[in-house]
Ligand binder design. Structure first.
Ligand code: SF4
Length: 224
């Protein structure tokens, strides 16, 4: 099953975002409820190519963005994917901020029937570290509150906490793990995945700007 771009807007501005700025400027119509249903139905009928990434991989589906949880039709669309793919494991990639709203988190946990997991990125152990990567003041407290709500409200929900490694987050790696252990000591409720940042989209742009400023070598994305 493919990666599906659920929504093309985001409420963060992460330095290592793999989306191009042009992605969020696209007309959102194709990502609305009707457009998404049309795409999945065409995909299921084999009338491809419909999705760009991982279309040939079987057995799971990743809902990405942008930030899926700010989709205006988030819950109807989530219910549609769950109903249409009842036994397929679904992973929702999110910055976790919307789950700080307890009513939203409650509704989500009720809709995200297993097999379902959510993967949330944490960029550091403090507001200063995290918000500096996410580009939005206050995002750290919302992401941490969102995680807490999911742990309390979604006992059957799989939770992955993603640590994306790059120049800004790596110095905090150990302290981020210590923060997680202290804040969420029940480590049976989640898994932590550390991944290298992908060099494409805004991450590549920011990488180039940084090295233009500081005079280091140009970096080219793999495969270009
Ligand atoms: S990495 Fe994710 S949360 Fe961050 S700006 Fe990009 S889409 Fe938004």
């Amino acid at each position: 099953m493919p990666d599906i771009a659920f929504w093309n807007k985001c409420n963060n501005k992460c330095v290592m975002c793999t989306n191009m700025a042009s992605f969020s400027r696209q007309d959102s119509a194709q990502y609305r409820l009707k457009g998404q249903i049309g795409k999945l139905e065409r995909y299921l009928r084999g009338q491809g190519p419909v999705y760009l990434k991982n279309a040939d991989l079987a057995g799971f589906i990743s809902l990405t963005g942008g930030e899926p949880t700010i989709h205006p039709d988030f819950f109807p669309l989530l219910a549609y994917f769950r109903r249409r793919l009842p036994r397929v494991p679904i992973t929702l990639l999110s910055n976790g901020r919307r789950f700080a709203d307890i009513k939203f988190a409650e509704k989500f946990c009720a809709a995200a029937r297993p097999p379902f997991s959510v993967a949330i990125a944490l960029h550091g152990p403090t507001a200063g570290a995290h918000d500096g990567v996410a580009g939005v003041r206050g995002s750290f407290s919302q992401t941490v509150a969102g995680l807490r709500n999911l742990f309390v409200l979604g006992p059957g929900l799989g939770v992955e906490i993603r640590l994306v490694l790059h120049k800004k987050s790596l110095p905090y790696f150990r302290r981020t793990l210590e923060f997680l252990l202290k804040t969420f000591p029940d480590t049976g409720r989640y898994r932590v995945t550390a991944i290298h940042y992908e060099i494409e989209g805004m991450s590549l742009e920011n990488h180039r700007s940084y090295y233009k400023l500081f005079g280091a070598a140009e970096l080219k994305p793999v495969g270009r």
